[in-house]
Design a binder for this molecule. Structure first.
Ligand code: GAP
Length: 421
């Protein structure tokens, strides 16, 4: 983890949040490369689960919703952790996190009885900080898919089974955040509520289990490090009748990466007085929901952990092509030869119309290769003196380090082909 955190900072993937003010504990900012990586993950997901399917549509809802949403969803009452407080230094801990031992801060052993602590962040709408103006930052994106169910249904004319998807921020006042971007108080989720008939829930639970495995493979994850964990009755969220967690072997232990839940008709029933789904020939009814959910930041972390390789002389991020922040880098062999720089710049500008491309003309070529390897750029293109004569360039592969010469006119097509493989 230390190596990943240091690479992320050094190369502009992820920085500590508010660093020049001494930071803000457990907040992280995505830098230029991290933003590309994260956006690539979100775009891949959106394309796979929304744009290439007929049965799923997307929404992008407000993250501050009417507080009645959280009353109806059960989050105001249920979304809490039991906390104990050290009687000596008043630090608070999750009840089950200390195992009855001493306070890790002051080493005393006396604690208060556990009190429920709601994980939702509160704020106020308007200037008056009064009870009536309290609103909450959403703790999951899911509720908007239920609250907007009827509007989506009426405008998209979907019939069961169909899903509503959303990518967006969620906020939780976590008691034990940590492990870099694994658990933070502000994070992003990619969620689908897949609406079905009650009788079909087992079939679609299994269907989404397989879809989630497919996605994990797309991220380049070694499936040996993934463990499917059935969550027992008492530990499931208040809305779920079955939950399967996809755990990953993180360097800090095996922990939840993604989750799959059968939310029944719990949410739609709580939000809609009348059954919101009608079909010819049957009484209106409440569809049930299967919910596959993915954390964006945990996806970024896992993609980085899986891609990180140390070899003899280099560190290389073997990211899947689709996730790599830059798809290629263009170098003039020598920065002080204007004819090389001019041709390289032209190639760079042409390729940028279709791909994210980096430019580098500093230091020697070997160092430039290693610098691109470290950020996962799949291909490096070098313009040398032969290029001026023969209209070709070398293209060097990140993983095999092999080089080949290709014609400049064919470069964009070749790159496209290679990136799709
Ligand atoms: N709508 C269901 C739901 O929110 P969850 O298991 O609480 O379920 C879904 O969260 C996913 O969001 C998790 O599998 C994880 O990937 C991510 N996640 C949850 N809490 C997080 C946190 N504090 N920091 C980063 N990611 C988090």
């Amino acid at each position: 983890m230390d190596k990943i955190i240091s690479l992320c900072k050094r190369r502009g993937f992820i920085f500590p949040g508010s660093e020049i003010y001494g930071g803000l504990a457990n907040s992280w900012d995505y830098g230029p490369l991290g933003t590309e990586l994260k956006n690539n993950i979100k775009q891949l997901w959106w394309k796979k689960f929304v744009q290439s399917r007929d049965d799923i549509v997307g929404i992008d809802a407000s993250l501050i919703m009417n507080p009645k949403v959280w009353e109806a969803s059960g989050h105001l009452k249920e979304f809490s952790d039991p906390l104990i407080e050290c009687k000596s230094c008043h630090a608070r801990f999750k009840e089950d996190s200390l195992g009855g031992k001493e306070c890790p801060i002051c080493r005393k052993k006396e604690f208060t009885l556990a009190k429920q602590f709601n994980l939702m962040f509160k704020t106020f709408i308007g200037p008056a900080e009064e009870k009536d103006n309290i609103v909450y930052f959403r703790p999951e994106t899911a509720q908007a898919m239920f609250v907007d169910f009827k509007n989506v249904l009426d405008t998209s004319r979907k019939t069961l089974p169909f899903g509503i998807a959303q990518i967006g921020k969620a906020f939780r006042n976590e008691i034990t955040p940590g492990n870099f971007i694994f658990r933070t108080r502000e994070f992003e989720q990619m969620e689908i509520e897949y609406f079905i008939r009650e009788n079909d829930w087992k079939k679609y639970f299994e269907y989404w289990r397989k879809e989630m495995i497919g996605w994990i493979k797309d991220l380049g994850v070694d499936m040996k490090k993934i463990h499917e964990i059935e969550i027992p009755d008492k530990e499931r969220a208040h809305y779920s009748r079955r939950t399967l967690d996809f755990n990953y072997e993180f360097p800090f232990g095996e922990k939840e990466l993604y989750g799959l839940a059968y939310r029944t008709d719990f949410d739609l029933k709580n939000h809609f007085k009348e059954p919101p789904y009608k079909e010819e020939g049957v009484e209106p009814f409440y569809p049930h929901a299967i919910e596959p959910t993915w954390g964006v930041d945990r996806s970024v972390l896992v993609a980085l952990l899986e891609a990180y390789h140390e070899e003899d002389k280099r560190v290389v991020l073997k990211l899947p092509m689709k996730l790599a922040p830059y798809k290629a880098a263009v170098f003039p062999l020598l920065a002080n030869k204007p004819e090389l720089v001019k041709l390289a710049k032209k190639i760079y500008d042409d390729l940028r119309k279709d791909f994210m491309v980096a430019w580098d003309d500093r230091g020697n070529i070997g160092k430039r290769y290693f610098s691109q390897d470290e950020i996962g750029t799949p291909y490096c293109i070098t313009v040398d003196f032969d290029s001026l004569e023969k209209n070709d360039v070398t293209i060097r592969d990140r993983d095999t380090m092999k080089q080949e010469r290709v014609k400049i006119v064919d470069l964009a097509d070749i790159l496209k082909q290679k990136l799709e493989n």
